[in-house]
Write a protein that binds this ligand. Sequence first.
Ligand code: GDG
Length: 477
Amino acid sequence: MTRRYDLVIAANRLPVDRVVAADGSTSWGRSPGGLVTAMDSVMRGRDGAWVGWAGDPGEAPEPFTEAGMYLRPVPLSEEEVAHYYEGMSNDTLWPIYHDVIVQASFHREWWRAYTTVNRRFAEAAAEVADDGATVWVQDYQLQLVPAMLRELRPDLRIGWFDHIPFPPVELFAQLPWRRPILEGLIGADFLGFQRVADAQNFVRACRQLLRAQTRKDTVTVHRPDGGTHTVRAAAIPISIDFRGLEELARSESVRQRAAELRHQLGDPEVLMLGVDRLDYTKGIRHRLKAYEELLQDGAIAPPQVTLVQVATPSRERVDSYRELRTQIETTVGRINGDHGAIGSPAVHYIHHTQPLEEMAALYLAADVALVTPLRDGMNLVAKEYVTCRWDNGGALVLSEFTGAYHELHQAFVCNPHDVEGLKQTILKAIHTPSKDKARIMRALRRRVADHDVQRWAQRFLDALAAAPGAPQRSARQ
Ligand code: GDG
């Protein structure tokens, strides 16, 4: 019989990646990322399990233990990866939840696969959760899991966290499956969102589309057995491992690498940096347009000013992502053709994943970080950048359409749709005196230091334990 656990995480992916050695043998390596670090801190002293896809289609590996956590792989067939993950999650829900920057596609077979896979996740979580355990479901890929799990295991305390925005009801209403999605989420006791507005959008959608009874941040529905169930929806913004990342950025090797990078880039007076998954939500095209116009205007020029754009490969089998890549690479080519010279390109473009140490060195080396999404749940890059600037140097240009803006509003704030305004903000970030920039950076750093990912996870679990739904339990550490 399977052992059962007191805290279960259900996420699309397991927190490990398959590593293939030179001799062809494979093993598992912990995937980098805040969620894994956050879970480390809350799993301490508890019996923890994680339910998720291992990353390869086909048969799932046997459950195994890694870094003190029981990992229970959930299998996905080739077709399920295409329909549930690339289709419904990334080509239907992702665009609707990000203001329809690109059009969403609706396909009933994608929805069917989404339902099947969500049920499989719910069954896997039900199987490993101990009596009265806490199950924490992650993100938009698993919105049906809370209700499915409650049906299987009414004894559990169920939470869900939305890493991306929750759209206004006018956009959400486009979804042919808007009702079952809301009903799926309502199965939870507590729903966490990045911004207050996201939580309010959810409550409003329940009121308008389900005619559910809502009161402040709670939604109450009638259960088939005649009783009622109440779920609370509130903002608990995610963060990063401030101490861990700062320690890395302060290390001798990262400091040396930061200095070396600046030198390799031709010792620019101003090094600008963009770091994003190559995604249309991130505003990379708007950023490049503003940068190109500043070069055309003669307001900036290489080699004194240069831009490093790291655009990590993402969702390459979805058409809109392939098109975006072509557009970005055409623009980078044109900018370099028009404004670069031998040995001093205007844009250094990197389309592959960098090791964490290199990222820390880039952050530490950059005078201006450009974080210009058109819509972003949080944006961790903004928080990582200020964390690495332990010297209080640098300037953060930050879009007001990110969750991060609601915490880091002292940054150089921009509306990326307003190219003229974005250009002025970039120039302001360059020309503001260092003393004033240091004051801003100190304030930004204080915010992230005080609200790190460990605190986020604990706050979520406390809110889940205190949520109104039955069964009532105290917050267990
Ligand atoms: C979703 C929401 C929300 C990127 N390139 C490399 C690399 N990265 C790392 C960054 C950062 C992470 O990936 C990206 O996080 P973001 O927050 O910017 O964006 P999403 O991937 O869209 O994440 C978002 C987040 O969930 C958490 O809730 O903030 O709004 O969309 O950590 O550093 N890391 C390494 N090499 C790279 O080349 N090592």
